[in-house]
Design a protein around this ligand. Structure first.
Ligand code: C2E
Ligand code: MG
Ligand code: MG
Length: 573
């Protein structure tokens, strides 16, 4: 209570023109519980009075008025929770009275003749309906829509007299949303979006704007924002969104990736700002998701390269710029080459040879993978039909390709056209494919296997890979990912996993192959772990189709001697 008396000392006579009349101490006590937000500060900016309504109107972190008394006003009500126009004169920003805005809690400051100021929160909404942006809702979530967001940006820009910290845009994309939608259906997906929207609303301040701008994409504009505060908000959003959701009895966990960009001085085009945030978002996704990244100028160059690749990729098939190289697979139990994996290469006229890691993702994003994949399939089958009959060919299949309704047809056409026996074709799929609806995947696998071809699980052990997949789906082969074979990840733990998978494979009648073997030491260890099928630079790098004949007639480099071969990847000369 002593503090309230102190408060009264500061406010000992009512400020001129303010509604405060009568005995100040009584008035202040009475103001504790009214709906109008009131704050009083001393000439040195110490808080001498504040009520609950004020704390809630400015979305303060503190909810207890007593905890704020006596503290330095700008420290407690950082710009983050208080509009800049409310900064009182003693805090080196001139007093701006009652500038109103749709999105701010407006504080009218009056000087207190006894020293200091009194601030009253005006009606946060409504005083300037005339030029306030007309709210336009996104129907599903009730958040604003893209158009509304842009109007709000324009409003923020109009209000910015260069004294504020500026506008920051956040671009958000939910991680793994598509998976939820695909496996649990649109109703659950919609429910999830609504709940995410609720959490986003809670994560931001009342002066900020959040909108849904795409299927599972959201954008937020932070008004008047110091950069560190934007990071706090981004981190809070990530934390809030990663907590599990309960929707229609399903407990779901997703994540969110965020890109941040600050408005440039004089920037008037909201699209430009959002675009930069979107580019930064791409970086967040690429570097592992569920994190935030600031836009950097270098990202433009990366994006440009991606765009170039995308444009050129559209023409690459037509211009015959792709080629396939083949990497041998050896079975040390049978002492022979059992097959080759087909690996695509893109010979770009200006950029030189481009590896699949630099363009397969883009081909998937643009849908071009369907045609490119069909081409690889046809070419690989054609090449393999010229090889000895006990040599198989393995072709990588993207999940998008696998899902495509024309896929089984593309496979049988490739077989028919090349005359390759189906038993010699192996399709490599990855776990991404298995994340789709189980019945659909199983059906597709069975359709393919009934053609007589075999199916392998590629890159096993990374991502979510569970041993369950091996039981649930009819795989003919498991390819243990390179990270279990090579340092620095191939530790004792990894060796045990290789051993366990090898045993499981034997039990289920599946071939188990280890990828990425580069040294004799790795080879010896993998073999000791019970895995006899090997692929890796030690056995051979990917080679051109014309080199396959001589590879097959040469003695296998690693069977008996201890010198690793120095074969060079045929396509790198
Ligand atoms: P993947 O299917 O796991 O193929 C093995 C990759 O590891 C190949 O890289 C191969 O060159 C490399 N590799 C093999 N042995 C070793 C080794 O001992 N040491 C090291 N450091 N690397 C080794 P590549 O050709 O760059 O292909 C990368 C990935 O791109 C492939 O991984 C596959 O997922 C994808 N890919 C390649 N060709 C195609 C294609 O035609 N269609 C699709 N959808 N994806 C493809
Ligand atoms: Mg593969
Ligand atoms: Mg692999």
């Amino acid at each position: 209570m002593a503090q309230h008396h102190h408060a009264a000392d500061d406010l000992n006579s009512p400020p001129i023109g303010s509604p405060l009349m009568g005995d100040p101490a009584d008035i202040l006590m009475g103001l504790r519980n009214v709906d109008v937000g009131v704050v009083a500060i001393s000439a040195t900016c110490a808080v001498s009075f504040v009520n609950d309504a004020f704390l809630s109107a400015v979305s303060a972190a503190e909810t207890d008025p007593d905890a704020v008394l006596g503290r330095h006003y700008p420290e407690v009500f950082k710009a983050c929770s208080l509009p800049a126009e409310a900064r009182p004169p003693a805090c080196d920003v001139p007093a701006v009275a009652a500038e109103t805005s749709q999105m701010r809690a407006d504080i009218a400051w009056s000087p207190n003749p006894a020293g200091g100021w009194i601030g009253i929160v005006g009606n946060a909404r409504g005083q300037s309906q005339g030029d306030a942006p007309q709210f336009e809702a996104d129907e599903l979530t009730g958040l604003g829509n893209r158009k509304y967001l842009k109007t709000c940006f324009e409003q923020m820009v109009r209000e910015d007299q260069g004294e504020r910290d500026g506008v920051v845009a956040l671009f958000l994309d939910l991680d793994h949303f598509k998976q939820v939608n695909d496996t649990l259906g649109h109703a659950v997906g919609d429910g999830l979006l609504r709940k995410v929207a609720e959490r986003l609303k809670r994560a931001i301040r009342r002066e900020d704007v959040v909108a849904r701008v795409g299927g599972d994409e959201f954008a937020i504009l932070l008004a008047d924002n110091p950069l560190s505060c934007a990071e706090d908000i981004a981190a809070r959003i990530i934390k809030m969104v990663s907590r599990p959701f309960l929707i229609d009895g399903h407990q779901l966990t997703i994540g969110v990736s965020i890109g941040l960009a600050a408005r440039l001085p004089e920037e008037r085009d909201p699209e430009k700002l959002l675009q930069r945030a979107d580019i930064a978002l791409y970086e967040s996704k690429r570097s592992g998701r569920n994190q935030f990244s600031w836009f950097k100028d270098e990202m433009f160059a990366e994006l440009e390269r991606r765009r170039d690749i995308e444009m050129d990729l559209r023409k690459a098939l037509l211009l015959q710029q792709f080629e396939i190289v083949f990497q041998p697979q050896v079975d040390f139990q049978e002492h022979r080459v059992t097959g080759f994996e087909a690996l695509i290469r893109w010979n770009h006229p200006d950029m030189g040879q481009i590896l699949p890691s630099d363009f397969i993702g883009i081909a998937e994003d643009t849908g071009l993978i369907i045609d490119i994949g069909a081409w690889v399939l046809a070419e690989a089958c054609k090449a393999a039909s010229a090889w000895p009959e006990d040599i198989a060919v393995a072709v990588n299949v993207s999940s998008m390709q696998f899902e495509d309704s024309g896929f089984v047809n593309a496979v049988s056409t490739a077989l028919a056209t090349s005359g390759l026996a189906p038993q010699r074709l192996e399709l490599e799929i990855t776990e991404t494919t298995l994340l789709k609806k189980e019945e659909v995947v199983l059906q597709r696998m069975n359709d393919l296997r009934s053609l007589g071809i075999r199916i392998s699980l590629d890159d096993f052990g990374i991502g979510y890979s569970s041993l369950n997949y091996l039981r649930k789906y009819p795989f003919d082969k498991v390819k243990i990912d390179q990270s279990f074979v090579r340092e620095p990840f191939a530790d004792d733990n990894a060796h045990q996993i290789v051993e366990a998978v090898a045993q499981l494979g034997a039990a289920f009648g599946m071939n188990v192959l280890a990828e990425g073997v580069e040294t004799l030491e790795q080879l010896a260890r993998i073999r000791a772990n019970g895995c006899a099928s090997i692929q890796g630079f030690l056995i051979g790098r990917p080679i051109k189709p014309t080199e396959i004949g001589s590879f097959l007639t040469a003695p296998l480099p690693t069977m008996d001697q201890d010198q690793p071969p120095c074969a060079k990847e045929g396509d790198q000369g």
